[in-house]
Design a protein around this ligand. Structure first.
Ligand code: ADP
Ligand code: ASP
Ligand code: MG
Length: 415
Protein backbone atom coordinates (compact mmCIF):
# COMPACT_ATOMS: atom_id res chain seq x y z
CA UNK A 1 0.00 0.00 0.00
CA UNK A 2 1.23 3.46 -0.86
CA UNK A 3 0.06 6.95 -0.01
CA UNK A 4 -0.46 8.89 -3.24
CA UNK A 5 -1.34 12.47 -4.13
CA UNK A 6 -2.87 12.68 -7.64
CA UNK A 7 -3.27 16.11 -9.24
CA UNK A 8 -5.48 16.72 -12.29
CA UNK A 9 -5.15 19.92 -14.30
CA UNK A 10 -7.86 21.99 -15.99
CA UNK A 11 -8.02 20.13 -19.30
CA UNK A 12 -8.15 16.77 -17.48
CA UNK A 13 -11.39 17.81 -15.73
CA UNK A 14 -12.80 20.06 -18.48
CA UNK A 15 -16.13 18.21 -18.92
CA UNK A 16 -18.46 15.94 -16.95
CA UNK A 17 -17.21 13.01 -19.03
CA UNK A 18 -13.56 13.79 -18.22
CA UNK A 19 -14.48 14.16 -14.54
CA UNK A 20 -15.90 10.64 -14.70
CA UNK A 21 -12.69 9.32 -16.24
CA UNK A 22 -10.68 10.98 -13.49
CA UNK A 23 -13.04 9.46 -10.89
CA UNK A 24 -12.44 6.02 -12.44
CA UNK A 25 -8.69 6.49 -12.25
CA UNK A 26 -8.95 7.51 -8.60
CA UNK A 27 -11.21 4.55 -7.85
CA UNK A 28 -8.68 2.22 -9.52
CA UNK A 29 -5.92 3.54 -7.26
CA UNK A 30 -8.18 2.91 -4.24
CA UNK A 31 -8.93 -0.64 -5.46
CA UNK A 32 -5.20 -1.28 -5.61
CA UNK A 33 -5.21 -0.59 -1.88
CA UNK A 34 -3.59 2.86 -1.87
CA UNK A 35 -4.45 5.85 0.29
CA UNK A 36 -5.36 8.63 -2.13
CA UNK A 37 -5.61 12.40 -1.88
CA UNK A 38 -6.59 14.26 -5.05
CA UNK A 39 -5.90 17.88 -5.97
CA UNK A 40 -7.88 19.45 -8.81
CA UNK A 41 -7.77 22.61 -10.91
CA UNK A 42 -10.74 24.55 -12.20
CA UNK A 43 -12.58 22.92 -15.13
CA UNK A 44 -11.10 23.74 -18.58
CA UNK A 45 -10.68 27.45 -19.18
CA UNK A 46 -12.73 28.47 -16.14
CA UNK A 47 -9.96 30.58 -14.59
CA UNK A 48 -9.43 32.52 -17.85
CA UNK A 49 -13.18 32.99 -18.20
CA UNK A 50 -13.49 34.31 -14.64
CA UNK A 51 -10.64 36.78 -15.22
CA UNK A 52 -12.37 37.97 -18.40
CA UNK A 53 -15.62 38.35 -16.47
CA UNK A 54 -13.91 40.46 -13.81
CA UNK A 55 -12.34 42.67 -16.47
CA UNK A 56 -15.74 43.31 -18.03
CA UNK A 57 -16.80 45.13 -14.90
CA UNK A 58 -13.43 46.59 -13.82
CA UNK A 59 -10.32 46.80 -16.05
CA UNK A 60 -8.12 46.63 -12.94
CA UNK A 61 -9.99 44.21 -10.68
CA UNK A 62 -9.09 44.60 -6.98
CA UNK A 63 -6.81 41.70 -6.05
CA UNK A 64 -8.86 40.53 -3.05
CA UNK A 65 -12.07 40.29 -5.04
CA UNK A 66 -10.33 38.65 -7.97
CA UNK A 67 -9.03 35.90 -5.67
CA UNK A 68 -12.49 35.49 -4.17
CA UNK A 69 -13.80 34.98 -7.71
CA UNK A 70 -11.01 32.72 -9.03
CA UNK A 71 -11.10 30.41 -6.03
CA UNK A 72 -14.65 29.42 -7.00
CA UNK A 73 -13.32 27.62 -10.10
CA UNK A 74 -11.53 24.99 -8.04
CA UNK A 75 -14.45 24.80 -5.63
CA UNK A 76 -16.74 23.68 -8.46
CA UNK A 77 -14.22 21.00 -9.45
CA UNK A 78 -13.81 19.44 -6.00
CA UNK A 79 -17.56 19.10 -5.47
CA UNK A 80 -18.17 17.61 -8.92
CA UNK A 81 -15.25 15.20 -8.64
CA UNK A 82 -16.20 14.07 -5.13
CA UNK A 83 -19.73 13.32 -6.43
CA UNK A 84 -18.34 11.38 -9.39
CA UNK A 85 -16.06 9.33 -7.13
CA UNK A 86 -18.89 8.57 -4.68
CA UNK A 87 -21.05 7.40 -7.57
CA UNK A 88 -18.45 4.63 -8.07
CA UNK A 89 -18.97 3.45 -4.50
CA UNK A 90 -15.78 5.01 -3.13
CA UNK A 91 -16.08 7.37 -0.15
CA UNK A 92 -14.76 10.86 -0.93
CA UNK A 93 -14.92 14.30 0.69
CA UNK A 94 -14.27 17.62 -1.05
CA UNK A 95 -12.23 20.24 0.82
CA UNK A 96 -11.46 23.87 -0.05
CA UNK A 97 -7.87 25.02 0.47
CA UNK A 98 -8.83 26.45 3.87
CA UNK A 99 -10.61 23.26 4.94
CA UNK A 100 -7.57 21.22 3.92
CA UNK A 101 -5.38 23.38 6.19
CA UNK A 102 -3.53 25.55 3.66
CA UNK A 103 -2.34 28.69 5.48
CA UNK A 104 -0.94 31.27 3.04
CA UNK A 105 0.67 34.70 2.99
CA UNK A 106 -1.66 37.70 2.64
CA UNK A 107 -0.49 38.40 -0.93
CA UNK A 108 -3.45 38.16 -3.29
CA UNK A 109 -2.75 36.57 -6.67
CA UNK A 110 0.63 35.13 -5.73
CA UNK A 111 0.45 33.94 -2.14
CA UNK A 112 3.09 31.55 -0.87
CA UNK A 113 2.06 28.62 1.29
CA UNK A 114 3.15 29.20 4.90
CA UNK A 115 2.18 25.77 6.19
CA UNK A 116 -0.29 22.97 5.76
CA UNK A 117 -2.16 21.61 8.76
CA UNK A 118 -2.99 18.29 7.14
CA UNK A 119 -4.73 16.70 10.13
CA UNK A 120 -8.13 16.58 8.45
CA UNK A 121 -6.72 15.06 5.27
CA UNK A 122 -4.73 12.59 7.39
CA UNK A 123 -7.92 11.51 9.20
CA UNK A 124 -9.74 10.97 5.91
CA UNK A 125 -6.89 8.94 4.46
CA UNK A 126 -6.57 6.81 7.59
CA UNK A 127 -10.32 6.16 7.38
CA UNK A 128 -9.98 4.93 3.78
CA UNK A 129 -11.67 7.99 2.25
CA UNK A 130 -10.46 10.03 -0.70
CA UNK A 131 -9.71 13.67 0.15
CA UNK A 132 -10.49 15.88 -2.87
CA UNK A 133 -8.66 19.16 -2.30
CA UNK A 134 -9.04 22.45 -4.21
CA UNK A 135 -5.79 23.49 -5.83
CA UNK A 136 -4.39 27.01 -6.12
CA UNK A 137 -5.88 28.46 -2.91
CA UNK A 138 -5.39 28.96 0.80
CA UNK A 139 -6.54 31.13 3.66
CA UNK A 140 -4.58 33.92 5.36
CA UNK A 141 -4.40 34.44 9.13
CA UNK A 142 -7.14 37.06 8.70
CA UNK A 143 -9.39 34.47 7.08
CA UNK A 144 -9.04 35.88 3.57
CA UNK A 145 -8.92 33.57 0.54
CA UNK A 146 -5.76 34.05 -1.54
CA UNK A 147 -4.58 32.22 -4.67
CA UNK A 148 -1.09 30.93 -5.42
CA UNK A 149 -0.55 32.31 -8.95
CA UNK A 150 -1.47 30.79 -12.32
CA UNK A 151 -0.72 27.09 -12.46
CA UNK A 152 -0.55 26.96 -8.66
CA UNK A 153 -2.51 23.72 -8.24
CA UNK A 154 0.72 21.81 -8.90
CA UNK A 155 2.13 23.52 -5.84
CA UNK A 156 -0.91 22.60 -3.74
CA UNK A 157 -0.37 18.97 -4.74
CA UNK A 158 3.33 18.88 -3.87
CA UNK A 159 2.82 20.75 -0.57
CA UNK A 160 0.06 18.31 0.38
CA UNK A 161 2.26 15.36 -0.62
CA UNK A 162 5.06 16.72 1.58
CA UNK A 163 2.81 17.29 4.58
CA UNK A 164 1.14 13.88 4.53
CA UNK A 165 4.44 12.15 3.72
CA UNK A 166 3.13 10.76 0.42
CA UNK A 167 5.24 8.20 -1.42
CA UNK A 168 4.67 10.00 -4.70
CA UNK A 169 2.98 13.07 -6.16
CA UNK A 170 1.49 12.35 -9.58
CA UNK A 171 0.75 15.32 -11.85
CA UNK A 172 -1.79 14.28 -14.51
CA UNK A 173 -2.01 16.63 -17.47
CA UNK A 174 -2.71 16.90 -21.22
CA UNK A 175 0.81 15.88 -22.33
CA UNK A 176 2.63 12.58 -21.71
CA UNK A 177 5.36 14.16 -19.60
CA UNK A 178 8.03 16.82 -19.73
CA UNK A 179 9.32 17.37 -23.26
CA UNK A 180 12.50 19.00 -24.57
CA UNK A 181 10.27 21.99 -25.27
CA UNK A 182 6.58 22.80 -25.48
CA UNK A 183 5.26 20.20 -27.97
CA UNK A 184 2.64 22.70 -29.10
CA UNK A 185 5.47 24.73 -30.61
CA UNK A 186 7.79 21.94 -31.73
CA UNK A 187 5.85 18.74 -32.59
CA UNK A 188 9.19 16.84 -32.88
CA UNK A 189 9.99 17.62 -29.25
CA UNK A 190 11.14 14.51 -27.35
CA UNK A 191 9.77 13.24 -24.05
CA UNK A 192 12.37 13.27 -21.29
CA UNK A 193 12.17 10.07 -19.17
CA UNK A 194 13.72 11.70 -16.10
CA UNK A 195 14.97 15.15 -15.18
CA UNK A 196 16.68 16.59 -12.10
CA UNK A 197 14.88 18.96 -9.74
CA UNK A 198 17.40 21.70 -10.63
CA UNK A 199 16.93 21.47 -14.39
CA UNK A 200 13.14 21.25 -14.02
CA UNK A 201 13.16 24.23 -11.66
CA UNK A 202 15.01 26.33 -14.24
CA UNK A 203 12.67 25.23 -17.05
CA UNK A 204 9.58 25.97 -14.94
CA UNK A 205 10.91 29.33 -13.79
CA UNK A 206 11.75 30.23 -17.37
CA UNK A 207 8.23 29.59 -18.59
CA UNK A 208 7.70 25.83 -19.18
CA UNK A 209 4.05 25.78 -18.07
CA UNK A 210 3.99 22.03 -17.52
CA UNK A 211 4.90 22.48 -13.83
CA UNK A 212 4.48 25.45 -11.50
CA UNK A 213 7.96 26.58 -10.37
CA UNK A 214 7.11 26.52 -6.67
CA UNK A 215 5.89 22.93 -7.00
CA UNK A 216 9.35 21.90 -8.14
CA UNK A 217 10.95 24.02 -5.41
CA UNK A 218 8.92 22.24 -2.70
CA UNK A 219 9.48 18.83 -4.27
CA UNK A 220 13.23 19.42 -4.11
CA UNK A 221 13.12 20.88 -0.60
CA UNK A 222 11.06 18.03 0.87
CA UNK A 223 12.37 15.26 -1.42
CA UNK A 224 8.93 14.48 -2.86
CA UNK A 225 9.22 12.14 -5.87
CA UNK A 226 7.24 13.77 -8.65
CA UNK A 227 5.93 12.23 -11.86
CA UNK A 228 4.25 14.05 -14.75
CA UNK A 229 2.02 11.87 -16.90
CA UNK A 230 -0.98 11.90 -19.21
CA UNK A 231 -4.46 11.87 -17.73
CA UNK A 232 -5.81 10.42 -20.97
CA UNK A 233 -3.80 7.19 -21.13
CA UNK A 234 -1.34 5.09 -19.16
CA UNK A 235 2.31 5.79 -19.79
CA UNK A 236 5.52 6.07 -17.84
CA UNK A 237 5.60 9.88 -17.93
CA UNK A 238 8.58 11.90 -16.68
CA UNK A 239 10.15 11.49 -13.24
CA UNK A 240 11.49 14.61 -11.58
CA UNK A 241 14.04 13.65 -8.93
CA UNK A 242 17.40 14.43 -7.38
CA UNK A 243 19.86 12.36 -9.42
CA UNK A 244 19.36 11.48 -13.07
CA UNK A 245 21.46 9.76 -15.69
CA UNK A 246 23.21 12.31 -17.88
CA UNK A 247 22.51 11.57 -21.52
CA UNK A 248 25.70 11.24 -23.53
CA UNK A 249 26.58 14.45 -25.35
CA UNK A 250 23.34 16.18 -24.34
CA UNK A 251 24.42 19.62 -23.16
CA UNK A 252 21.02 21.28 -23.45
CA UNK A 253 18.12 19.38 -21.84
CA UNK A 254 15.31 21.68 -22.74
CA UNK A 255 14.14 25.01 -24.09
CA UNK A 256 11.60 27.28 -22.43
CA UNK A 257 9.98 30.50 -23.45
CA UNK A 258 8.04 33.17 -21.64
CA UNK A 259 5.83 35.83 -23.17
CA UNK A 260 5.09 37.38 -19.81
CA UNK A 261 8.00 39.81 -20.06
CA UNK A 262 8.10 43.59 -19.84
CA UNK A 263 11.23 45.73 -19.85
CA UNK A 264 11.58 48.97 -17.96
CA UNK A 265 14.45 51.41 -18.46
CA UNK A 266 15.41 54.29 -16.21
CA UNK A 267 17.30 56.62 -18.47
CA UNK A 268 19.75 59.21 -17.14
CA UNK A 269 19.97 58.21 -13.48
CA UNK A 270 22.45 60.44 -11.58
CA UNK A 271 25.29 58.33 -10.32
CA UNK A 272 24.53 57.93 -6.64
CA UNK A 273 25.80 54.88 -4.79
CA UNK A 274 22.43 53.91 -3.35
CA UNK A 275 20.13 54.41 -6.36
CA UNK A 276 20.12 50.73 -7.43
CA UNK A 277 19.36 49.54 -3.90
CA UNK A 278 16.57 52.07 -3.44
CA UNK A 279 14.79 51.18 -6.68
CA UNK A 280 14.84 47.44 -6.05
CA UNK A 281 13.94 47.72 -2.35
CA UNK A 282 10.89 49.78 -3.27
CA UNK A 283 9.81 47.17 -5.86
CA UNK A 284 10.39 44.30 -3.42
CA UNK A 285 8.16 46.01 -0.87
CA UNK A 286 5.36 45.83 -3.43
CA UNK A 287 6.09 42.11 -4.00
CA UNK A 288 7.29 42.79 -7.54
CA UNK A 289 9.84 40.24 -8.73
CA UNK A 290 12.56 41.67 -10.90
CA UNK A 291 14.29 39.35 -13.35
CA UNK A 292 17.15 40.45 -15.60
CA UNK A 293 18.92 43.66 -14.51
CA UNK A 294 21.38 45.57 -16.69
CA UNK A 295 23.19 48.69 -15.53
CA UNK A 296 25.03 50.67 -18.16
CA UNK A 297 28.47 52.19 -17.66
CA UNK A 298 28.46 55.57 -15.95
CA UNK A 299 28.94 58.31 -18.52
CA UNK A 300 29.09 62.00 -17.54
CA UNK A 301 27.94 61.01 -14.06
CA UNK A 302 24.67 59.48 -15.26
CA UNK A 303 23.81 55.90 -16.15
CA UNK A 304 20.82 53.84 -17.33
CA UNK A 305 19.21 50.95 -15.48
CA UNK A 306 17.10 48.40 -17.39
CA UNK A 307 15.30 45.41 -15.94
CA UNK A 308 12.48 43.01 -16.72
CA UNK A 309 9.34 42.19 -14.75
CA UNK A 310 6.21 40.13 -15.49
CA UNK A 311 3.78 42.04 -17.72
CA UNK A 312 1.10 41.89 -15.01
CA UNK A 313 3.48 43.71 -12.69
CA UNK A 314 4.21 46.52 -15.17
CA UNK A 315 1.49 48.95 -13.97
CA UNK A 316 2.58 48.46 -10.35
CA UNK A 317 6.25 48.86 -11.31
CA UNK A 318 5.61 52.11 -13.15
CA UNK A 319 3.61 53.42 -10.21
CA UNK A 320 6.50 52.73 -7.81
CA UNK A 321 9.03 54.31 -10.18
CA UNK A 322 6.95 57.40 -10.85
CA UNK A 323 6.76 57.87 -7.09
CA UNK A 324 10.58 57.87 -6.86
CA UNK A 325 11.33 59.75 -10.04
CA UNK A 326 11.98 63.15 -8.49
CA UNK A 327 13.90 61.82 -5.50
CA UNK A 328 16.21 59.78 -7.78
CA UNK A 329 16.45 62.49 -10.42
CA UNK A 330 15.62 60.04 -13.25
CA UNK A 331 15.49 61.62 -16.72
CA UNK A 332 13.02 59.27 -18.40
CA UNK A 333 11.14 56.03 -17.63
CA UNK A 334 10.61 53.83 -20.70
CA UNK A 335 8.42 50.70 -20.72
CA UNK A 336 8.41 48.03 -23.46
CA UNK A 337 5.88 45.20 -23.56
CA UNK A 338 6.21 43.36 -26.86
CA UNK A 339 9.09 41.22 -25.62
CA UNK A 340 9.69 37.58 -24.76
CA UNK A 341 12.39 35.48 -23.18
CA UNK A 342 13.77 32.31 -24.70
CA UNK A 343 16.05 30.08 -22.62
CA UNK A 344 18.16 26.97 -22.93
CA UNK A 345 18.65 24.79 -19.84
CA UNK A 346 21.01 21.92 -19.10
CA UNK A 347 23.31 20.80 -16.27
CA UNK A 348 25.85 19.77 -18.94
CA UNK A 349 26.55 23.45 -19.68
CA UNK A 350 28.72 23.75 -16.58
CA UNK A 351 31.50 21.77 -18.25
CA UNK A 352 30.90 22.79 -21.86
CA UNK A 353 32.06 26.24 -22.91
CA UNK A 354 30.65 27.82 -26.04
CA UNK A 355 27.00 26.94 -25.46
CA UNK A 356 25.92 30.58 -25.12
CA UNK A 357 27.84 31.46 -28.29
CA UNK A 358 26.01 28.71 -30.20
CA UNK A 359 22.72 30.10 -28.95
CA UNK A 360 23.56 33.68 -30.00
CA UNK A 361 24.73 32.46 -33.43
CA UNK A 362 21.55 30.48 -34.01
CA UNK A 363 19.31 33.42 -33.10
CA UNK A 364 21.22 36.05 -35.02
CA UNK A 365 21.57 33.82 -38.11
CA UNK A 366 17.76 33.56 -38.02
CA UNK A 367 17.64 37.36 -38.16
CA UNK A 368 16.59 38.01 -34.58
CA UNK A 369 17.97 40.73 -32.37
CA UNK A 370 18.96 39.87 -28.82
CA UNK A 371 17.89 42.62 -26.45
CA UNK A 372 19.16 41.34 -23.10
CA UNK A 373 21.02 38.26 -21.88
CA UNK A 374 21.24 36.52 -18.55
CA UNK A 375 23.04 33.35 -17.57
CA UNK A 376 23.42 30.98 -14.65
CA UNK A 377 25.48 27.80 -14.36
CA UNK A 378 22.80 25.75 -16.09
CA UNK A 379 20.90 28.20 -18.31
CA UNK A 380 21.22 31.01 -20.83
CA UNK A 381 18.28 33.36 -21.46
CA UNK A 382 17.84 35.94 -24.21
CA UNK A 383 15.18 38.64 -24.32
CA UNK A 384 13.95 39.00 -27.90
CA UNK A 385 10.96 40.52 -29.71
CA UNK A 386 7.73 38.74 -28.80
CA UNK A 387 6.84 38.14 -32.46
CA UNK A 388 10.01 36.04 -32.91
CA UNK A 389 9.55 33.75 -29.95
CA UNK A 390 7.96 30.65 -31.55
CA UNK A 391 10.52 30.68 -34.33
CA UNK A 392 13.31 31.17 -31.78
CA UNK A 393 12.25 28.03 -29.90
CA UNK A 394 12.13 26.04 -33.15
CA UNK A 395 15.51 27.35 -34.31
CA UNK A 396 17.18 26.52 -30.99
CA UNK A 397 15.57 23.08 -30.79
CA UNK A 398 17.19 22.31 -34.13
CA UNK A 399 20.51 24.02 -33.33
CA UNK A 400 20.95 21.89 -30.20
CA UNK A 401 19.74 18.72 -31.91
CA UNK A 402 16.96 17.97 -29.43
CA UNK A 403 14.44 16.21 -31.68
CA UNK A 404 13.63 12.59 -30.98
CA UNK A 405 12.65 9.63 -33.11
CA UNK A 406 9.01 9.81 -34.27
CA UNK A 407 7.93 7.36 -31.47
CA UNK A 408 9.42 9.61 -28.81
CA UNK A 409 7.81 12.74 -30.16
CA UNK A 410 4.47 14.19 -29.19
CA UNK A 411 3.12 14.76 -32.69
CA UNK A 412 -0.13 16.54 -32.02
CA UNK A 413 -1.21 17.37 -28.51
CA UNK A 414 -4.73 16.66 -27.27
CA UNK A 415 -6.34 19.76 -25.83
P1 ADP B 1 -2.68 21.57 -16.55
O1 ADP B 1 -3.96 22.26 -16.82
O2 ADP B 1 -2.80 20.08 -16.57
O3 ADP B 1 -1.98 22.07 -15.34
P2 ADP B 1 -0.90 23.13 -18.21
O4 ADP B 1 -1.51 23.74 -19.42
O5 ADP B 1 -0.68 24.00 -17.04
O6 ADP B 1 -1.79 21.86 -17.83
O7 ADP B 1 0.48 22.43 -18.58
C1 ADP B 1 0.56 21.52 -19.66
C2 ADP B 1 1.02 22.24 -20.92
O8 ADP B 1 2.34 22.71 -20.72
C3 ADP B 1 1.12 21.39 -22.15
O9 ADP B 1 -0.10 21.29 -22.83
C4 ADP B 1 2.20 22.09 -22.98
O10 ADP B 1 1.63 22.87 -24.00
C5 ADP B 1 2.88 23.02 -21.98
N1 ADP B 1 4.34 22.86 -21.94
C6 ADP B 1 5.23 23.88 -21.95
N2 ADP B 1 6.47 23.43 -21.92
C7 ADP B 1 6.40 22.08 -21.88
C8 ADP B 1 7.38 21.05 -21.82
N3 ADP B 1 8.69 21.31 -21.80
N4 ADP B 1 6.95 19.77 -21.78
C9 ADP B 1 5.63 19.49 -21.79
N5 ADP B 1 4.66 20.42 -21.85
C10 ADP B 1 5.03 21.71 -21.89
N1 ASP C 1 -6.93 27.19 -12.17
C1 ASP C 1 -5.67 27.87 -11.95
C2 ASP C 1 -5.09 28.34 -13.28
O1 ASP C 1 -5.71 28.14 -14.31
C3 ASP C 1 -4.67 27.04 -11.21
C4 ASP C 1 -4.20 25.79 -11.92
O2 ASP C 1 -4.85 25.30 -12.84
O3 ASP C 1 -3.17 25.26 -11.52
O4 ASP C 1 -4.06 28.95 -13.29
MG1 MG D 1 -0.72 23.71 -14.96
Amino acid sequence: MARIVMKFGGSSVATAERMQRVAERVARAKEQGHQVAVVVSAMGDTTDDLIALARQVNDRPPARELDMLLSTGEQVSIAVLAMAIQRLGVRAVSLTGGQAGFRVEPVFGKARILDVDARRVERLLADGQVAVVAGFQGVTDEGEIATLGRGGSDTTAVALAASVGADVCEIYTDVDGVYTTDPRIVPEARKIPEISYDEMLELANLGAAVLHPRAVEYAKLYGVPLVVRSSFHDGAGTWVKEEVEVEQGQVVRGIAHDLNVAKVSLVGVPNRRDSLGRVFHALAEENINVDIIVQSIVHNDVHDISFTVCRDDLPGTLQVLEGMRVELGVGEIVAEEELAKVSIVGAGMISNPGVAARMFDALTEAGMSIRMVSTSEIKVSCVIDAEDVRRAVQVLHRAFDLSGTPEESAGTVTA
